[in-house]
Design a protein around this ligand. Structure first.
Ligand code: PEP
Ligand code: MG
Length: 321
């Protein structure tokens, strides 16, 4: 099977009805770019930058060290775009003890991701400057995790302007970035209009969207059986986000585990998704599903799945094309 899939590496990801599908890679460290290119990814849809900050024994990477790391990822992708997500620590991704008090009452609902960044603007500005500088070496998109409030959006964007002004003042070279937001809190999906207004693109983080929609801690094994990507409420938020972005001509992708799950590919295509970001090891298997699918003909069936009381059952009894 692996050998057969390998032959698909250079095959364009087109559906049977000729829709072009973008298959991107999720990476954790700059050196993962090689695996992304090797797997045939057309870019990095999610570089989880927090991995540069973890296991640091007390010292966080400074601006130059971050800049070198982001630049290595950009150069490793050989001209393909790289979406760098700003730090998403907290909850399931703690920093070392001593860097920041990690003991919170309920870390998944606490000071994580953009909340953490906005609580420490000096740290956040350092990261933003490093990313802007790396953007002088290739195509870079900047992605912000865990936004829910319009005030957080405006604060984030004004800090980005401030980071550019700091670089201007220092006379340091930097490049242009497209700016996107993760849609991974139900409140964000339900106020999409605000996100459409401020951002160039959106990326749906289904891992957290499932956690927060169903009130299931994604790290708690005792409730893992209730962590259901096919819950109708989850599907509705995903479908609505894709549809609103498509209607507005705004780029949207899914970068949670759902995007790399071959059992979900046809459903997401039918809901209008044209960009998927996943672990590099899943790219060829998802491409195979894409090549076999007729995206337009999947639309009706996908909306039936969406409306079902128990979508999982319909998913296994798929429509015949
Ligand atoms: C997500 O929440 O779906 C996501 C892609 O981000 P992470 O898994 O890093 O929280
Ligand atoms: Mg997330």
């Amino acid at each position: 099977e692996r050998g057969r899939l390998a032959r698909l590496k250079h095959t364009p990801a087109l559906t049977m009805d000729g829709q072009k599908i973008e298959l991107l890679a999720n990476i954790e460290l700059p050196d993962d770019a090689a695996a992304a290119v090797e797997a045939g990814a057309v870019g990095v849809g999610l570089f989880r930058s927090e991995f540069l900050f973890m296991n640091r024994k007390g010292r966080l990477p400074d601006e130059d060290e971050q800049y070198e790391a982001y630049r290595r990822a950009v150069e490793g992708m050989k001209g393909l775009p790289v979406t760098i997500r700003t730090i998403d620590v907290g909850a399931d991704k703690p920093l070392d003890d001593g860097i920041r008090d990690a003991a919170h009452l309920n870390p998944a609902l606490g000071l994580r991701a953009i909340r953490w960044s906005l609580a420490d603007p000096a740290m956040f500005l350092t990261q933003l400057r490093a990313i802007l500088r790396a953007a002088a070496h290739g195509r870079v998109n900047l992605l912000i995790p865990m936004l829910a409030h319009a005030t957080e959006i405006r604060q984030t964007l004004s800090l980005l302007d401030f980071a550019r002004a700091e670089l201007d003042n220092r006379g340091v070279v930097y490049g242009p970035v497209q700016v996107g937001a993760m849609i991974e809190i139900p409140a964000a999906a339900l106020t999409l209009r605000t996100f459409l207004k401020y951002f160039d693109f959106l990326s749906i983080g289904t891992n957290d969207l499932i956690q927060y929609t169903l009130a299931i801690d994604r790290a708690d094994e005792s409730v893992a059986h209730l962590y259901d990507p096919l819950h109708p409420a989850v599907l509705q938020l995903v479908a609505q986000t894709i549809a609103e972005c498509n209607a507005r001509g705004k780029g949207v992708s899914v970068c949670g585990e759902m995007a790399g799950d071959v059992a979900m590919t046809r459903l997401l295509l039918g809901l209008g998704l044209r960009s998927f970001s996943m672990h590099p090891s899943q790219i060829l298997a998802v491409k195979q599903e894409v090549l076999r699918a007729d995206a337009r003909r999947l639309e009706g069936w996908s909306h039936e799945v969406l409306a079902a009381e128990d979508p999982g059952r319909l998913l296994s009894k798929e429509e015949t094309q």
